[in-house]
Design a protein around this ligand. Structure first.
Ligand code: FAD
Ligand code: DHB
Length: 394
């Protein structure tokens, strides 16, 4: 058995775990990070793309925003496609803020580079990770790497291991309240090297279902279409995807879409999910380990960043001022943002997708979208939520 000691054991090397490690490192708090997969595998997962201004500010503070500032695409508005027309929600003009399009993969790469430079310990391909004694004062984490058993003794465990991780299920079921909604569809996403023929993101509500036109750079697009939960990726050739995407976009956009072989193609189910509280003893949940939003509101990654920002502040205050109070407040502080993001993501999902067999819901959707396009107050409300809540560091 190889024994380690750290102030914090971080389980999960996605954006939440990596960013927490970086923020703690800058506060002089040592953390060992454990990841089940290889670094290459983590970088190969194509996920979110939209960063709120508050998220960019946290990344700046963490010292990992150099490339983001150079390569991130700042967007002052987003568009909603409906009945063949595009309606712009002027984020900057309405609420004075913008969003930055920068892939989760790029953010993850920047964080991995920073971690490598910091000389802190990261252990990839950790198998059979288990947490122990989290209600005592010295929790432990056990795992194996290439057959060798390891143990970390620590003060705190950060459960940043995503929706399918081990941390949340290790909490007794009667200590967590679970709130969940599963949607009857998924998103099929494609990444391809063609210049985007749109300047801003287009969220399209069409008779054939939802579609999203996004981008990663001036030469790379990221596009999605709503699909059935039983669909198989093998049944979606590139040609079928682009044909369906074009049909769901308004004509002037569809006509300008050029295609290229997909670099990545995947299906993700849509779900709303929250557990309360985000703490059990000395185990703290952050990011997708604690909550999931359907991707329509572009909130998942941003919420993971705000959780770990609050967690790093609470741990900093514990070590610096011997104050437990911020740790006690952690869950409630996160949950205020989480529920606002859940509400907005649920609202966006409901307004933009087809819910088969519900004619009443369709009329409500049409009426709500017409109201949105007519009402500056409604647009302002959407813009406020899309750009995210202001960030108030402690
Ligand atoms: P994750 O990124 O899931 O990272 C958790 C890490 O923990 C993973 O690397 C995992 O390998 C590791 N892990 C799991 N179990 C263990 C274990 N037992 N031991 C050690 N490590 C473990 N959000 C958007 O805003 N827009 C999108 O388009 C979008 N698309 C998505 C598509 C998919 C398929 C998924 C799953 C999510 C998507 N999201 C999207 C959400 C967004 O990507 C997440 O909110 C974000 O990745 C959360 O970061 P995280 O670090 O909390 O979790
Ligand atoms: C992207 C993903 C989203 O969920 C979203 O709402 C906007 C953009 C993207 O992958 O680019």
């Amino acid at each position: 058995m190889t024994r380690h000691r750290a102030q914090v054991a971080i389980i999960g090397g996605g954006p939440a775990g990596l960013l927490l490690g970086q923020l703690l490192h800058r506060e002089g708090i040592d953390a060992i990070l454990l990841e089940r997969r290889s670094a290459e595998y983590v970088l190969g997962r194509i996920r979110a793309g939209v960063l709120e201004q508050g998220t960019v500010a946290v990344l700046e503070r963490a010292g990992v925003a150099t490339r983001l500032r150079e390569e991130g695409l700042v967007h002052d508005g987003v568009e909603i496609g409906f009945r063949g027309r595009r309606h712009r929600i002027a984020l900057k003009a309405l609420v004075g803020k913008n969003v930055t399009v920068y892939g989760q993969t790029e953010m993850t790469r920047d964080l991995m580079d920073a971690r490598a430079q910091s000389g802190t310990t990261s252990i990839y391909e950790a198998e059979d990770v288990q947490v122990h004694d989290v209600t005592g004062i010295t929790p432990r984490v056990t795992f194996r790497v290439h057959g060798v058993a390891h143990e970390i003794a620590c003060d705190f465990i950060a459960g940043c291991d995503g929706f399918h991780g081990v941390c949340r299920p290790s909490i007794p079921a009667d200590r967590l309240a679970v709130f969940e909604r599963v949607y009857p569809f998924g998103w099929l996403g494609v990444l391809a090297d063609v210049p985007p023929p749109w300047d801003e993101l287009i969220y399209a509500n069409s008779e054939r279902g939802f579609a999203l036109a996004s981008m990663r750079s001036p030469t790379r697009v990221r596009c999605y279409v709503q699909c059935g939960l039983d669909e198989r990726i093998e049944d979606w050739s590139d040609a079928r995807f682009w044909d369906e995407f074009r049909r769901r976009m308004c004509e002037e956009v569809a006509d300008r879409v050029t295609t290229a072989p997909s670099i990545e193609k995947s299906i993700a189910p849509l779900r709303s999910f929250v557990v309360e509280p985000l703490r059990y003893g000395r185990l703290f949940l952050a990011g997708d380990a604690a909550h999931i939003v359907p991707p329509t509101g572009a909130k998942g990654l941003n919420l993971a960043v705000s959780d770990v920002f609050f967690l790093h502040e609470a741990l900093r205050d514990f070590y610096r001022e011997h104050s437990e109070h911020p740790l006690d407040e952690y869950s409630a502080r996160c949950l205020r943002r989480i529920w606002k993001a859940e509400r907005f993501s649920w609202w966006m999902t409901r307004q933009l997708h087809r819910f088969p067999g519900d004619a009443f819901a369709r009329r409500m959707q049409e009426t709500e979208l017409e109201y949105l396009f007519e009402s500056e107050a409604a647009q302002k409300s959407m813009a406020e939520n899309y750009v995210g809540l202001p960030f108030q560091p402690r």
